[in-house]
Design a protein around this ligand. Structure first.
Ligand SMILES: *[C@@H]1O[C@H](CO)[C@@H](O)[C@H](O)[C@H]1NC(C)=O
Ligand SMILES: CC(=O)N[C@H]1CO[C@H](CO)[C@@H](O)[C@@H]1O
Length: 134
């Protein structure tokens, strides 16, 4: 299982690297729907999207041994790439205080594959949450 996990991490790294390349390619250009580019998720209460958000928090809790409670998704975008990459800004409670996190999940429903690629707390810059620059 550990070997398999490393294998998948390798694959995820390739995907993330590709995503980063695409993002830098798209930088400076106008935010139009590019094939393979990131597109905003318009319905943040779509059950499928909410499921991905809850999955992120659950996975993170398992990995980091935290007890965050999913609240809602406040922003999101997705990318079609051998499945769908989701990038979601999630509000979750850590004890009593709400925090914002940026989660990335790679979902390939037909393979029943879904994994949390990244889960980080949004940093504060000038008192504003800098989660997703759009
Ligand atoms: C978003 O999705 C939910 C569940 O499918 C639906 O009930 C709701 O009407 C949708 N909202 C919009 C603005 O489309
Ligand atoms: C929910 C899910 O599919 N998680 C998987 C992430 O990848 C590891 C390694 O293959 C699996 O063990 C998990 O089940």
């Amino acid at each position: 299982m550990a070997i398999k996990f490393n294998h998948i991490l390798g694959a995820l790294f390739v995907v993330v690297a590709t995503v980063l390349l695409r993002v830098s390619d798209a930088k400076g250009g106008r935010k139009e729907a590019i094939v393979g580019g990131w597109n905003p998720i318009t319905n943040l209460t779509d059950p499928e999207v909410v499921e991905i958000g809850k999955f992120s928090v659950d996975e993170h809790n398992k990995e980091a041994k935290t007890r965050l409670e999913f609240q809602e998704i406040t922003k999101g975008e997705s990318q079609v790439v051998a499945g769908i990459n989701y990038r979601l800004v999630i509000s979750a409670k850590d004890g009593d205080s709400p925090h914002n996190y940026l989660a990335e999940v790679w979902d390939k429903p037909w393979e029943k594959f879904r994994n949390l690629t990244s889960f980080v707390e949004c940093s504060l810059e000038n008192g504003e949450q800098q989660c997703m620059r759009t």
